[in-house]
Design a protein around this ligand. Structure first.
Ligand code: SF4
Length: 216
């Protein structure tokens, strides 16, 4: 029986991605090998955080919750070996299954019916070296690339990346200002000035509940 370490499961509205605002079930798995400077889930970084649950028990619980959208996040969900099995099982009980991943671990085992939200780590994240660039070729229509920008240097780095490596990606691209360090007004101005075809997103849950509130 496959088991996973689960930090928390809760229902809220999706705070990010192109599905922002939709009722959503969040499955936050425990553990992440990265240490981004802006990490807003430090409580989930330890691989011993939370409790162990079988895939079957997780799915049975998810079936009792009403939203038809479920997000598997972390931590880094793909750091646990049982995650692809969980994703596959979730696609049988919910209409839309999203996976948010740091981009440091291969997407090869992720079922094709799952919508990937692939983070790309900028220099300002402190984890640029963790990007597994081979994942870009595994993205499909319906997937999303999310780039959290901490400052102007990150923005220019991401803008160059768009031109050099993402011009023909099937995924849609989200630029997200780091909550603590980049003014969203500046980011909007830069995107318009450079006529970039990207979606600017805020972390809506932080706008609603504040940056410190967890489990929402
Ligand atoms: S990848 Fe995500 S969970 Fe891991 S340290 Fe970075 S922001 Fe935090």
């Amino acid at each position: 029986m496959t088991k996973l370490r689960v930090h928390e499961i809760y229902t809220s509205v999706q705070g990010e991605s192109s599905l922002v605002g939709l009722p959503c079930i969040f499955i936050r798995l425990a553990g992440c090998p990265l240490r981004c400077v802006y990490c807003d889930t430090p409580q989930a970084l330890d691989f011993s955080a939370g409790e162990e649950m079988s895939v079957k028990a997780i799915v049975e619980h998810i079936k009792t919750l009403s939203p038809n959208l479920v997000l598997v996040t972390g931590g880094e969900p793909l750091a646990q070996r049982g995650t692809p099995e969980l994703l596959q099982a979730l696609t049988a009980v919910k209409e839309i299954v999203q996976l948010e991943t740091s981009g440091s671990i291969s997407l090869k085992q992720v079922p094709s019916s799952v919508c990937n939200i692939l983070d790309i780590k900028t220099p300002g994240s402190g984890e640029e070296i963790s990007n597994d660039w081979r994942n870009l070729s595994l993205l499909k229509a319906g997937d999303e690339i999310k780039i959290v920008l901490t400052n102007r240097h990150d923005y220019e780095w991401a803008r160059d990346l768009l031109a050099e490596q993402l011009s023909d990606t099937a995924a849609s691209i989200l630029f997200s200002p780091c909550w603590d360090s980049l003014n969203p007004q500046d980011l909007v101005a830069w995107i318009l000035e450079d006529a970039l075809n990207v979606r600017m997103q805020l972390q809506m849950h932080k706008v609603i509940w504040g940056a410190e509130k967890t489990g929402v």
